[in-house]
Design a protein around this ligand. Structure first.
Ligand code: GCO
Length: 254
């Protein structure tokens, strides 16, 4: 079968994409999908050797490493990435969980989740977006969550961070859209990722998710790709400030 000619609406050729937290899980899947559509991807992780190894495995030309929980490190750590030129597509994907009931959470557990999942996204965007403004275009995709809208006990820090990331996406929109920068978000539902491995292994929780999600199943990481490619592509050049849930319908159901 002759390969499909790349659809200009979804072609990422010539674009440089930085995806935070792309050494594993959803971030790695997104990186591979963007490379397959012509993007030059910068792989990011906390560990430099791992980031380099994954970049080599997936055919990415570049990698970088820094801890998103240390916002002050983002600018200096990205100087080398930005030296050759601007980033065209930023995916703020890196995130972590420290589950626990609010009254049991330490301030460290609270701060770690907010610092990494929310402040980290702000810090990376603050380093990368000036280059987008200078070149007259850019895409920012913040990986929010169903927990930007809904929650369950023991996830209050994560809910606050992902709810904040939804509003940060709108803040980016109102300040940057006139620079032809489209800032949007994707809200994954329950996906079969490493982050959720403990939940999947819990037969009771697994059964609850399958009953609570109208699609009746966990999402496969490959099923997040379409929304991310759409928001990274020319196809979304007039889409701003939106949060697109990819969640099997869970946010549509009581
Ligand atoms: C949980 C889960 C959720 C989602 C995550 C992805 O502890 O209930 O980890 O937080 O999987 O939000 O959207």
């Amino acid at each position: 079968m002759t390969p499909l000619r790349p659809d200009p609406l979804f072609n990422l050729s010539g674009r440089r994409a930085l995806i935070t937290g792309s050494t594993r899980g959803l971030g790695r899947v997104m990186a591979e999908a963007m490379i397959a559509r012509g993007a030059a991807v910068v792989v990011h992780g906390r560990d430099a050797d791992t980031a380099r190894q994954v970049a080599a495995e997936i055919g990415a030309a570049e990698s970088c490493a820094f801890d998103l929980g240390q916002a002050e490190a983002a600018g200096p750590a990205l100087a080398g990435v930005l030296a050759p030129g601007p980033i065209d597509i930023l995916v703020n994907n890196a995130g972590l969980h420290r589950r626990g009931k609010l009254l049991d959470l330490s301030l460290a557990d609270w701060r770690t989740v907010l610092d990494t999942n929310l402040t980290g996204a702000f810090a990376v965007a603050r380093a990368v977006v000036p280059g987008m403004i200078a070149q007259g275009h850019g895409k920012v995709i913040n990986i929010c969550s169903l927990m930007s809208e809904l929650g369950r006990p023991t996830t209050g820090n994560y809910m606050a961070a992902k709810g904040g990331l939804k509003m940060l996406t709108r803040a980016m929109t109102v300040e940057w859209a006139h620079h032809n920068i489209q800032a949007n978000a994707v809200g994954p539902g329950y996906f079969a990722t490493e982050l959720n491995a403990p939940l999947i292994a819990d037969a009771k929780f697994d059964a609850w998710i399958k009953a609570r999600t109208p699609a009746g199943r966990w999402g496969d990481p490959s099923e997040l790709v379409g929304a991310v490619i759409f928001l990274a592509s020319p196809a979304s050049n007039y889409v701003n400030g939106q949060l697109l849930f990819v969640d099997g319908g869970i946010t549509a159901a009581i």
